[in-house]
Design a protein around this ligand. Sequence first.
Ligand SMILES: CC(C)(COP(=O)(O)OP(=O)(O)OC[C@H]1O[C@@H](n2cnc3c(N)ncnc32)[C@H](O)[C@@H]1OP(=O)(O)O)[C@@H](O)C(=O)NCCC(=O)NCCS
Length: 411
Amino acid sequence: MIMNVENTLGVVVRVREFDPSKDGLSVEQVESRCEVGPSGKLCLFTDLLGDPICRVRHSPAFLMLVAEIGDEIVGMIRGCIKTVTCGKKLSRNGKNNNNDTIKPLPVYTKLAYILGLRVSPSHRRMGIGLRLVKRLEEWFRESGAEYSYIATENDNDASVKLFTDKCGYSKFRTPSILVNPVYAHRVTVPKHVTIIQVGASDAELLYRRKFSTTEFFPRDIDSVLKNKLSLGTFLAVPRGSYSPESWPGSDAFLSNPPESWAVMSVWNCKEVFKLEVRGASRVRRTLARTTRIVDRVLPWLKIPSIPELFRPFGLHFIYGLGGEGPRAVKLVKALCGYAHNLAKESGCGVVATEVSSGDPLKLGIPHWKVLSCAEDLWCIKRLGEDYSDGSVGDWTKSPPGLSIFVDPREF
Ligand SMILES: CC(C)(COP(=O)(O)OP(=O)(O)OC[C@H]1O[C@@H](n2cnc3c(N)ncnc32)[C@H](O)[C@@H]1OP(=O)(O)O)[C@@H](O)C(=O)NCCC(=O)NCCS
């Protein structure tokens, strides 16, 4: 796929598919020139560990494009497509009228996601970003995607304007990215909570039964759960209700659940990319190191020490966080503690998750404000006019639900 396009300044910009055999290094160089974040302040640098398509390669379909002038790569974009829930419909289920139950069923749509758009600072405002988005959207349409969305920081003016003013996207959802440091000490999981790890098939059954009507729920949840980056699914239940030894399987569990329970899965981003906070002063680094040393030497004090974030660090991502019952928030908190300890064992710097900003379970997720992002802006666009409105109508116009399912493959 090659497309020559003359931009407004008379320069020929060629857009073509990324070629891993020869483009790796040039793409990496553009990437490092594009550190997102205001200059003179702390900024977050992402190291893709030499694999530019690492953040899309686990999706069912993906494409990476590069823009070049002569033989210099000056921009790139990645996209992927999958099927997700965009709403729900009610279905009558029963043999006779007395036994009828009304069950919500998911309505699926083919959704495209744009990520990793970068244009070299020396070639900005030449229309290259716009060309890359348009070319990627052509592939989305050819592949039958109905919607396309992007996630960006609310204050990334260039990106927000590009998508909303020039490409027809509208502001859609603002989930919160919650990030908690991994301390040098272990977090205590309360004694009145039992954590049970369930296998991928049991997890699939549980997620499909309980969360398949949550928007953005991926229809191929089974391949997410079975991916080698998924470190497991964990249930928190009140002690005495179920135990790992007496776990009867999700089917039996869901027909007789305890009053409250919570679930989460953990994704190992550490093998995909590393992050690094750049631009920190020497004083700040020294202070962080001191807290860590004290925490390591006196772990019983449980000092909230600052991890080593100023060198490349890995992270775990909690996905599929959900629960029911009056104690669900407390059980979520216990699960987050458990996830913290898992991340500590694998040497991660932070644990992150992303949930709908209005999710009631958010209260149970420990996080540091300074590391988190209260409003990650998701913008969406319907790719064609010729889709039937079906039972949910135009998703882009729908109000947000209480929760959202954030796919770990795209974090
Ligand atoms: C966002 C980014 C990809 C834009 O690339 P670009 O090639 O400069 O964008 P274009 O020249 O195609 O701009 C198209 C439109 O976007 C908007 N835009 C782009 N840069 C802008 C800026 N700095 N301020 C305001 N609007 C901007 C304008 O509407 C522009 O149209 P105009 O030039 O006719 O006014 C580029 O700034 C970049 O790489 N930023 C760092 C990485 C990043 O933030 N990526 C997006 C994450 S989703």
